[in-house]
Design a protein around this ligand. Structure first.
Ligand SMILES: Nc1ncnc2c1ncn2[C@@H]1O[C@H](COP(=O)(O)OP(=O)(O)OP(=O)(O)O)[C@@H](O)[C@H]1O
Length: 326
């Protein structure tokens, strides 16, 4: 499988984490106040595996596991393929009948897409060796003729963007906080290895949730190894999701570890306001959440105004403002 990524990491990847000086000021304040995390991050149980521990599935096995990729098994659709619910035996990982064994999410990449293939390969290279409670677990993959598939553990509570923007009742504050802490730990693990990993596409649809609303960062199709020694950034084609990508990366193609931290700050803003980063239906001047709200972030009074009205009373406004007080 092309790159041997595991050899590029140190064996103790989780010591540094997200340092406050790496963060946009608001995110930094949030992380310090909300997670009290430095001690916990040091004992983070993430690890880099010596070699990938992935099952190679046949296409037939995955067709069986997903009931032949039928419509009712579909969980969602991304830019490069569809994701299906499937069932495999928990120990042997062999396909089994629906509702027995363990549920998995099977991503079937569009066979004609070169970018889809690149994302498939990158996801295997990184998730094959990176193991952390806040990163989604890749169980295996399949490559047969033009077919490229990935088999992930199933995340029953869906994605953060669903809970923030699509469900009817407001998503509770305590879960929002819990999720941002989990996401920060996942990113801290990626950033903490000697040869850092830049996730590059951090956004609220990439934050998947297990049955206890524990975060599993998914995707990894755009992940990149961080700069080699002595360099501050890697130069690369501009990719990612509009609204979340750091402006200097968009302008120059220079990708920093801090580019992920910028995206974390954008998701944090979505979590605080309950609003999507980009929404052309909002009044003029408000379509881009960051452009609209950035000037308000330094004012305690204005901060109160931008918090999601649906969760009023669920948090102490003093605490919310303190976290943003810069
Ligand atoms: N492990 C999983 N467990 C449960 N549902 C999942 C899982 N992975 C993906 N999904 C569902 O499938 C949908 C599509 O996922 P996918 O990763 O293909 O989309 P994406 O995030 O837009 O990525 P891309 O556009 O890069 O392919 C997600 O929105 C989610 O609802």
């Amino acid at each position: 499988m092309g790159l041997c990524i595991s050899s590029l990491f140190s064996s103790s990847p989780s010591k540094t984490g997200l340092h406050s000086h790496d963060l946009p000021s608001n995110s930094s304040q949030f992380l310090e106040a909300a997670s009290e995390s430095s001690r916990e991050i040091i004992t983070d149980p993430g690890k880099i595996l010596e070699s990938p521990n992935l099952k190679v599935f046949s296409f037939l096995e995955l067709a069986r596991a997903t009931k032949n990729f039928r419509q009712e098994s579909m969980l969602g659709e991304g830019g490069f393929g569809r994701v299906y619910r499937g069932w495999i035996h928990a120990e042997t990982l062999a396909p089994c009948v629906a509702s027995s064994g363990m549920t998995v999410a099977v991503k079937r990449l569009n066979s004609e897409s070169f970018q889809g293939f690149e994302e498939w390969r990158t996801a295997i290279n990184f998730l094959g060796v990176l193991s952390h409670p806040n990163l989604v677990k890749l169980l295996g993959y399949c490559r047969e003729d033009k077919e490229h598939l990935l088999v992930y553990e199933f995340m029953p509570k869906g994605s953060l963007d669903y809970h923030l923007f699509k469900r009817k009742e407001p998503f509770p504050w305590d879960l929002r906080i819990k999720i941002m802490i989990g996401a920060a730990r996942g990113l801290a693990f990626l950033h903490g290895s000697q040869r850092q990993v830049i996730y590059r596409d951090f956004n609220s649809s990439r934050i998947l949730l297990d049955s206890n609303y524990e975060v599993k960062i998914s995707g990894f199709g755009l992940a990149k190894l961080g700069p080699s020694q002595g360099n501050s950034h890697v130069t690369t084609r501009v990719m990612g999701t509009g609204g979340y990508a750091a402006p200097e990366y968009m302008a120059t193609g220079h990708l920093y570890v801090k580019s992920d931290v910028y995206s974390f700050g954008v998701v944090l803003l979505e979590v605080m306001t309950g609003l999507r980063v980009l929404d052309a239906k909002r009044p003029q001047g408000q379509a881009n959440l960051v452009d609209w709200l950035r000037p308000k972030l330094s004012s305690k009074h204005k901060m109160n105004q931008i918090m999601d009205k649906g969760i009023e009373g669920q948090y102490s406004s003093k605490v919310a403002i303190q976290k943003w007080d810069v």
